[in-house]
Design a protein around this ligand. Structure first.
Ligand code: IPD
Ligand code: CA
Ligand code: CA
Length: 262
């Protein structure tokens, strides 16, 4: 597979930040059993990864703006381009020494996501996509799962928790889907949920309360693998909508219909 120069920049930044996260994850596993717990350390690891990403991306494209989870908006002199970055997606997993987390970088050009990288450093899985050029896991081209029936589908979701989301509404949505699905998964990293939909491991994914940095890269990876992505209305752009449904067209339609009917 041939990667563009821009995608190479993103891959380099993501793998560098991912290596730093792996080192810190080893420490978290130790701290896990201490009285104080690893919370402060994890927050420092998150910021360290973000700093690496910011420096790498700004070094190569100094004019581009950034939207980063921890630093917020960093204006660039080029109004057309913006990196959308989550340095550590799956923080709760990381904090609990659960090895399921990722670095996510999307590149926005004139309001459209044109390149995306999601890197899971523990599994050494690098998901990449460029608009019009397909999606890849490492060097393998990705194709979305072709299961058309919910009864055969494994659906990923994000479960709201203390202080997040509207729990009664979510329970209705979940009930409407789990009644007929083959399985439901809650992995704890939205960027990976989307990447795994692209890889055909999950047949669909739905979640609300997400931010642009959670979905920017993953939504392009799903689309480039032949999948369909929208907000809960079924036709809106999920980047800023806060809600997302992903899957092949059949599974997407079925999940959307059930969420709308709840
Ligand atoms: C979170 C993860 C999680 C999702 C949360 C996100 P973070 O991101 O993607 O799966 O359910 O809504 O906030 O905080 O770990 O970067
Ligand atoms: Ca996130
Ligand atoms: Ca994060």
């Amino acid at each position: 597979m041939a990667r563009s120069a821009l995608l190479n920049v993103m891959v380099q930044a993501a793998t560098k930040a991912g290596r730093a996260l792996i080192r810190d994850f080893g420490e978290v596993e130790q701290l896990q059993v201490s009285m104080k717990g690893p919370a402060d350390f994890v927050s420092a690891a998150d910021h360290r990864a973000e700093k690496i990403l910011r420096e790498e991306l700004q070094r190569v494209r100094p004019t581009y703006g950034l939207l980063m989870e921890e630093s917020g908006v960093i204006e660039g002199s080029d109004p057309a381009h913006r990196w959308i970055v989550d340095p550590l997606d799956g923080t709760t997993n990381f904090l609990h020494a659960i090895p399921m987390f990722a670095v996510s970088i999307g590149l926005e050009r004139d309001g459209e996501i044109v390149a995306g990288v999601v890197f899971n450093p523990v599994m050494n899985e690098l998901f990449t996509a460029e608009r019009g050029a397909g999606a890849y896991l490492n060097d393998r081209r990705l194709r979305i799962a072709q299961r058309r029936d919910l009864s055969q589908a494994v659906i990923a979701t994000g479960v709201p928790h203390q202080g997040r989301g509207h729990h009664p509404t979510y329970l209705k949505e979940l009930a409407a889907i789990m009644a007929d699905a083959a399985g439901i998964r809650r992995m704890g990293a939205a960027a990976l949920d989307l990447a795994w939909v692209a890889a055909g491991r999950f047949d669909g994914f739905f979640e609300t309360g997400l931010n642009p940095w959670d979905v920017a890269a993953g939504m392009l990876i799903v689309r480039e693998a032949g999948g369909y992505v929208s907000d809960y209305s079924g036709h809106g752009d999920p980047l800023n909508a806060g809600s997302i449904i992903a899957g092949n067209p059949d599974i997407h339609r079925e999940v959307q219909r059930r969420i709308a009917a709840r």
